[in-house]
Design a protein around this ligand. Structure first.
Ligand SMILES: O=C(O)CCC(=O)C(=O)O
Ligand SMILES: [Fe+2]
Length: 308
């Protein structure tokens, strides 16, 4: 069993109906699917890989050697402390790019390349949202508007790009790359390493690899899309395994609701199921709760918010 791989360019061909149906199936049955021929050029993706790898080498690799996970694992291996602490850590180097935070300064092409990449990914996220509108028979623009929190000049998505590396780990049997979790937000667009495996989703009782596909963008759905679709689309439990060799890189771009956006099941989708099974939330409030519960299952989180 493998995550669906969908040729996005076929939306502009006579295979549009099948392609729409495959995307609907990816959203309903998987919560994860891979897009190829998505319109982001290979030339840009190659530049992104290059600047991200160079940035890691120049600005981050040395620091990781002094990081908490490395120190703690050393202490465990030297027998100074027990293994319990390892359950609460991720063997991951990470930084986040947003329009208004500080970015790495090296290599010198980093900023320009990543700004271009983020512009392209935002357009792709908006397109994917419109495809979902159509598949759900929602008015065109419904999901994008919900994510921006309105149509006003100050209504914007919360748009971030998380750049991660999972350096070689001497004990992947007892340490996670990134512990299992659901994503809190909207639509996540992941450009993952084309060689080093590690990302897995939990489906029907088994962990399944998100197989590397060169130049694909992996799409997955966060808790807010599950809420907005009243459960028709799923936010799926996933994790990253640590590996003994290879330094996996991944660039996850979050097209999340504005912190002030109210997310609730779309009325049309409640009518179809006859009952509202999800809470209405302000995304900023949801994030405050999620920050304390990221590595816990989503259901109790939804339940707790239903009763508020
Ligand atoms: O690194 C990856 O492939 C996935 C990262 C992830 O799941 C996350 O940042 O939420
Ligand atoms: Fe995630």
């Amino acid at each position: 069993m493998a995550i669906p791989v969908i040729d996005f360019s076929k939306l502009d061909s006579n295979e549009r109906p099948e392609t729409m149906a495959r995307i609907a199936n990816g959203c309903e049955e998987w919560g994860f699917f891979q897009l190829v021929n998505h319109g982001i050029t290979v030339e840009l993706l190659e530049r992104v890989k290059k600047v991200v790898s160079q940035c890691y080498k120049v600005e981050r690799e040395e620091g990781f050697k002094e990081s908490v996970p490395v120190q703690l694992l050393n202490e465990v291996m030297e027998g100074k402390v027990g293994r319990e602490g390892l359950d609460n850590l991720d063997w991951e180097d990470v930084f986040v790019l947003q329009d208004d935070n500080e970015w790495p300064s090296q290599p010198k092409e980093f900023k320009e390349t990543m700004m271009e990449y983020r512009r392209e990914l935002k357009k792709l996220a908006e397109k994917v949202a419109e495809i979902m509108d159509e598949n759900l028979s929602l008015e065109k623009g419904y999901i994008n508007r919900a994510i921006r929190g309105g149509d006003g000049p100050d209504d914007h998505p919360f748009f971030g790009t998380k750049v991660s590396h999972y350096p070689p780990c001497p004990r992947p049997d007892i340490v996670s790359g990134l512990r299992a979790h659901n994503d809190a937000g909207g639509i996540i667009l992941l450009f993952q390493d084309d060689k080093v495996n590690g990302l897995q989703i939990f489906k029907d009782g088994d962990w399944i690899d998100v197989q590397p596909v060169a130049n694909a963008i992996v799409i997955n759905l966060g808790d807010q899309i599950e809420i907005l679709t009243n459960g028709r689309y799923k936010s799926v439990w996933h994790r990253v395994l640590a590996t003994e060799t290879g330094n996996r890189k991944s660039i996850a771009t979050f097209y999340n609701p504005s912190l002030k956006a109210t997310i609730a099941p779309a009325p049309e989708l409640i009518e179809q199921t006859d009952a509202q099974s999800y809470p209405k939330v302000i995304f900023g409030d949801y994030m405050a709760l999620y920050a304390k519960q990221k590595f816990q299952p989503k259901e109790p989180r939804f339940q707790a918010l239903m009763s508020m």
